[in-house]
Design a protein around this ligand. Structure first.
Ligand code: WTA
Length: 643
């Protein structure tokens, strides 16, 4: 809120789809008359097999959202077939490989054929409407084909990030009883191979219900083979027909499950539905990015995260856009890669995460200045709060002070962008996600649940249903209600804190629960703790976040050993390895501090607030420690502070 600079809408956006007056008018309508507003959007953005009986039927007190009841449509038809008359020869995806010499264009006609062939393979293997299919893939076009092939036949996909460990993959396959897996021999990132099939084999050893494992040949590396279960993607699709009758789906039929971390327990299978999700994905894509026909748009997310689902695949394709998919990492072969790719493919919109911006900023301006970036029109940010310094660098150096930045706040659970500037409508304040998107009714609450009027700071909640709202936690509907709709009855609780300034701009301050955001990856402290206590020598562990220059948040672990066990560097390494093994490399602890005792209340509850302050090195503001069972524990932790 200390930020005073404001960047007005540039003249180059004076003919944007949405200007300031239009934003105000449409936003007002979307809140006053949601059914009228979304009904119009639904006609404009999607093709339907059968119209709806009612637009919305929702009740946040029980977490219920039903949109476009009675309607029928197919997502793959909306993303592919309906564009064919005009765009068969237009590029749908530009694929840029890990190796800068590797890239290709896939037209809408080619996409149609690839998706149909794979959909036929799935049907031949017995996959039916409603069956769950797990996708564990590198960033190659086949990952998108797999998602769309599922959508075509009404199967529910569950994409698991290719950086997750076999253990994490196994848990996710079992939780939603996926019986089919689509993977690749190996992935390729930053010149390094990722043993996806070997990981899959390790996971599948404990998943007896998986009858089919479809393997894309990406690197040609050696893989083990399970006859009968495993099949090569290229062989199976070559033998399948190039056309496939789509399944006409109910608006509320599930489209996908995506696992995400919460403050307690195991990751939750967030379930999204067909019509509402696709509509909001399509609408936000067009308006937030002010997308123009024929432009090249690049979102650097992985398809393993919700950003990859909504803004690499569904949102762009629903608009007939050209979406760039990047296999590699921003620093390979060097830190100039992104800017080179922008020039190479004439990218107009670049959408990435603050952690990448900070990492590239740290390298300096030279790799950016080597490129022209003349094709760039718009920049985007997503996944975590962007600090004003990173914002300014992104704006000034990457965007040459001529490209607006859309800082988009949303969540796996919201399915699509919820708070964002619109480039033709919003004067930008660095670090602020600014205003709610159409149809998003926000409030800030005090601790006691009362709404804050005007400027202030509080818990960010949503007051009424939106089309891409989470429908359930797969297999555990009660958990949906407990997690999102019980803290403040009648509201959707985001888990984020925010402030609102005098001009109504929202500033997201970050999670208020035990969820970490490490390099834009969401992780529950409980997940890391569970991994640590698997070690025989560990009695107890408490994990908190701390500010990290590049990652946003780092992982700080307090570990109490069993009686008689001695701390050692070797043991630290074992614990780091255990986290990587159980979750994946993204869960690698930054700091492990040996803690002979943890600060607990007399009833035995760990006081995380104190542990957070010690990790943050905010020793002057530990707050009240008088309710601790043994206050001396705190002194000892401070004395032995690590990192
Ligand atoms: C955080 C990613 C500030 C937030 C799309 C949220 C953000 C969590 C922003 C969801 C932003 C996402 N500014 N914080 N622009 N975008 N977040 O489910 O804490 O991976 O609750 O979805 O990321 O992470 P998720």
């Amino acid at each position: 809120m200390s930020e005073s600079r404001v960047y007005p809408v540039p003249a180059s956006f004076s003919d944007a789809h949405i200007n300031a007056a239009r934003y105000r008018e449409m936003y007002r309508q979307s809140i006053d008359d949601p059914a009228g507003f979304w009904g119009e959007q639904a006609e404009q953005f999607l093709s339907w097999d059968k119209p709806w009986d009612s637009v919305v039927n929702a009740d946040l007190t029980i977490g219920k959202a039903e949109w476009f009841a009675g309607a029928k449509l197919n997502v793959s038809v909306n993303c592919i077939d309906r564009h064919l008359p005009a765009r068969a020869g237009q590029t749908a995806f530009i694929w840029e490989g890990d190796n800068p010499a590797d890239s290709k264009h896939i037209t809408y006609a080619e996409l149609h054929e690839a998706v149909c062939r794979l959909a036929n393979v799935l049907r031949e293997r017995g996959v039916k409407k409603g069956d769950r299919v797990c996708i564990y893939m590198p960033m190659i076009p086949e990952a998108a084909y797999a998602m769309l092939a599922c959508a075509r036949i009404g199967a529910i996909h569950s994409v698991v990030f290719g950086g997750f460990s076999p253990e994490a993959l196994k848990d996710r396959i079992l939780d939603s009883d996926c019986q089919t897996l689509i993977t690749a021999d190996e992935g390729l990132r930053g010149g390094k191979k990722v043993a996806l099939k070997a990981n899959a084999d390790a996971a599948l050893a404990a998943c007896p219900n998986v009858h089919s494992c479809i393997v894309v040949q990406r690197t040609g590396g050696d893989v083990a083979w399970s006859e009968g279960r495993d099949l090569w993607y290229h062989e199976a699709t070559a033998a399948a027909a190039g056309d496939c009758e789509p399944e006409s789906m109910d608006a509320e039929d599930p489209l996908f499950i995506l696992y995400t971390s919460g403050s307690t327990g195991k990751p939750k299978g967030v379930l999204h539905s067909t019509a509402g999700y696709l509509l909001q994905a399509a609408m936000t894509f067009k308006y937030t990015f002010d997308y123009r026909e024929g432009e090249v748009y690049w979102c650097t997310a992985d398809v393993g995260w919700v950003t990859g689902h909504t803004y690499i695949v569904y949102g762009p394709l629903a608009n007939g856009a050209i979406s760039l998919m990047f296999e590699g990492v921003p620093t390979y072969p060097d830190a100039g890669r992104c800017w080179e790719v922008i020039d190479k493919h004439q990218v107009a919109t670049f959408y990435t995460a603050p952690t990448a911006i900070r990492a590239l900023h740290a390298v300096g301006d030279e790799p950016v200045k080597r490129s022209s970036r003349a094709s760039l029109r718009l920049l985007g940010s997503v996944g975590e709060p962007i600090n004003p310094e990173a914002w300014e660098w992104y704006y000034r150096v990457v965007g040459d002070s001529r490209c607006p930045i859309v800082d988009t706040w949303w969540q796996t659970e919201t399915g699509a962008q919820m708070i964002t500037p619109l480039p033709g409508a919003t004067d930008l304040k660095p670090g602020s996600a600014s205003f709610p998107m159409f149809g998003v009714d926000l409030a800030l609450l005090n601790e006691d649940g009362s709404e804050i009027e005007g400027a202030g700071a509080g818990y960010l909640v949503v007051k009424s249903s939106w089309p891409a709202q989470i429908r359930t936690v797969y297999g555990d509907h009660q958990r949906l209600i407990d997690t999102y709709f019980s803290t403040y009855p009648g509201y959707y609780f985001t888990g984020d804190g925010a402030t609102r300034d005098e001009d109504g701009y929202y500033w997201i301050t970050g999670r208020v629960d035990d969820v970490l955001n490490v390099s834009g990856h969401r992780m529950g402290t409980a997940e890391v703790e569970s991994a640590l206590v698997l070690h025989d020598k560990v009695a107890e562990a408490a994990v908190v976040g701390f500010p990290h220059d590049i990652k946003g948040q780092g992982i700080y672990c307090y570990v109490t050993l069993m009686d008689g066990e001695e701390p050692s560097d070797a043991l630290k390494q074992e614990l780091v390895k255990l986290c990587v093994q159980e979750i994946g490399p993204i869960a690698k602890p930054d700091v492990i501090q040996w803690a002979p005792g943890l600060p607990k209340t007399r009833s035995g509850k760990i006081m995380r607030r104190i542990l957070r302050k010690i990790a943050e090195n905010e020793l002057g503001s530990l707050g009240d420690t008088s309710t601790l069972a043994d206050p001396s524990v705190v002194d000892s932790l401070i004395e032995n502070r690590a990192g």
